[in-house]
Design a protein around this ligand. Structure first.
Ligand SMILES: NC(=O)c1ccc[n+]([C@@H]2O[C@H](COP(=O)([O-])OP(=O)(O)OC[C@H]3O[C@@H](n4cnc5c(N)ncnc54)[C@H](OP(=O)(O)O)[C@@H]3O)[C@@H](O)[C@H]2O)c1
Length: 328
């Protein structure tokens, strides 16, 4: 079968290879992938900036496919896959054995993937294969950040940053579905406009040094959902309501140089970390997507052979939403 793997080759470690179709064990299924979703982590691995890279692993946490072998009740069904492996018993935090499909376990960027049967979830009926393929990792991350950690509801004023992102696009749609008043940031005016068309009240251009002063003209936020990182957390402490929640699930621009602890204790704000989500949240997220008819924002779907172009897309200034590979 064809598969996309990471090697120690330089300067380009990602390779399309020919390898054997995996054998399955008791309790596992073999899924023939139709479309695989890409995530920023795949590009972080390509850049050597992801912890614990194991060369030779087939990448990919997300996808949509048809079960070909394994449990009789699943054979022939179209599925998506919960990429959590060994979250553990504590819903608040993943166990020490936790990993994500696609590193170090072989993932979805292949013609076939072998997964535990308990990772399978039926494809939401309202979605195309391409839309379903990009749901798992990003939508789970957005769901935990918005619902569990952000505690967003119809009474909340919310800021979602870096709105061009795959996860932030889900966060926007989830917060809107909950009835919140949602504002966004982006480095790009066109993306700001697109978010407003999707239902955001307004947006701020985060490359304007004093964008946060415009926020103060319209009012502070109950909740901020962020993955842009860098020094932005100190700006958030200026625009969060007293005792508000700042949920951080990523740090694309790196770590802050300092933390304004004075504002942190004076505002009584909560800075909350969030990562992916537990298995119950995965089920609840898929149900939420179905109940609210949510359709992922797809930036681009590439043929499998164009995998490098697809990964490059994460760095494109006009990238907006999720990127996928048609496995053919
Ligand atoms: N903790 C977890 O479980 C988890 C799960 C998923 C993702 N993540 C992390 O969360 C981040 C976002 O993931 P994603 O899949 O949504 O990535 P993505 O699709 O690449 O989106 C990131 C967005 O952030 C903004 N951005 C990018 N570089 C920036 C920079 N240098 N400074 C400020 N803003 C920047 C951009 O929005 P604009 O162009 O609109 O400004 C971009 O569209 C990544 O760092 C990823 O590794 C963590």
């Amino acid at each position: 079968m064809k598969a996309i793997t990471i090697t120690d080759n330089k300067p380009e470690p990602i390779r399309l290879i020919e390898t054997s179709i995996p054998d399955i064990q008791e309790g596992e299924c073999l899924v023939r992938m139709e479309v695989a979703g890409l995530n920023r982590r795949d590009q972080w691995m390509r850049e050597g900036l992801y912890p614990g890279i194991k060369f030779g692993t087939i990448l990919g946490a997300d996808g949509c496919g048809i079960v070909e072998k394994g449990s009789a009740e699943w054979i022939g069904k179209k599925v998506i896959i919960n990429p959590n492996m060994n979250w553990g018993d504590n819903p608040d935090v993943q166990s020490g054995k936790y990993t994500i499909l696609g590193m170090p376990t072989n993932g979805t960027l292949a013609e076939y993937v072998r997964v535990s049967t308990d990772r399978l979830v039926a494809k939401p009926a309202h979605l195309t294969d391409e839309e379903a393929s990009v749901i798992p990792l990003a939508a789970l991350t957005a769901y935990r950040a918005v619902v569990t950690k952000g505690k967003i509801n119809a009474s909340k004023r919310v800021l979602i940053t870096g709105i061009g992102g795959g996860v932030s696009q889900f966060a926007l749609q989830f917060a809107l579905a909950l009835g919140a008043k949602v504002y966004v940031t982006s480095r790009d005016e066109d993306k700001r406009q697109r978010a407003i068309k999707m239902g955001a009240k307004d947006g701020f251009i985060s490359t304007n040094e004093n964008w946060w002063k415009d926020v103060l003209k319209v009012g502070q936020f109950d909740t901020i959902i962020d993955s842009t990182g860098g020094n932005s957390v100190n700006i958030f402490l200026k625009i969060i309501k007293p005792a508000g929640r700042i949920v951080l699930y990523g740090s694309t621009a790196g770590y802050p140089e300092k933390l304004d602890t004075f504002r942190l204790f004076w505002t009584q704000a909560h800075i909350i970390g969030s990562t992916m989500g537990n298995d119950l949240e995965f089920i609840n997220m898929v149900q939420f997507v179905s109940d609210h008819g949510i359709r992922p924002t797809i930036d681009h779907v590439y043929p499998m052979n164009d995998y490098l172009q697809a990964l490059d897309r994460f760095k494109a200034p006009d990238h907006f939403g999720k990127i996928a590979l048609r496995i053919d």
